[in-house]
Design a protein around this ligand. Sequence first.
Ligand SMILES: Cc1cc2nc3c(=O)[nH]c(=O)nc-3n(C[C@H](O)[C@H](O)[C@H](O)COP(=O)(O)O)c2cc1C
Length: 184
Amino acid sequence: MSDVSEPIVVMGVCGSYDLDSANGRMLEIILEECRELGAETVIWDHGAKPLPLVGAEGSWDDQNVKGFQEMAVSADAFVLSSPEYHGTMSGVMKNSLDWLYSKHTSGKVFGLICTLGGQSSNNTLNHMRIAARWIHGWVTPEQIAIPNIKEAFDDDGFLVNDDINSRVRSLASSIVENTIKLRR
Ligand SMILES: Cc1cc2nc3c(=O)[nH]c(=O)nc-3n(C[C@H](O)[C@H](O)[C@H](O)COP(=O)(O)O)c2cc1C
């Protein structure tokens, strides 16, 4: 049983290799909202600590994998933000989720974000929802798909669309509030 007086910890997992990307920026934005609601946040940096493909030579003893799994164990909730690639989540996101098992994630809240080069779609969100369920996560009903990603941010990196900004606030609230409820 965790100490309910401690702040909850929300972990960001990026489906783009580089955090200097639309999905890296979306994680910064949503995690900032979570911090404003009292959470602590951590983020896995695939660029600095890449995860090998599951099953690649040496992968079962890889130190980055161990660090990733330890960060997941220390987290109470997750935000997954992935680009849509060919109608589904990126390989980076799927491989990240393949390194997580229910012993790391069971009973923890997941919030989902997807970015698209083209028009909006729920495919990636739905596919991440299935994968998160498979590792016994509780996925919030609030979720965000951001179409036409090249036009989504202003020059300072802020989201230009009010509806998406409002969805960011709703998703952050849902993650923090439901994590606190589940932790009791
Ligand atoms: C291999 C590949 C496949 C893609 N497939 C799609 C797609 O199916 N639908 C879509 O709207 N955009 C597609 N895109 C565009 C990406 O979704 C877009 O570049 C991404 O969301 C930008 O986020 P990032 O800056 O985090 O990479 C694809 C891009 C790549 C590289």
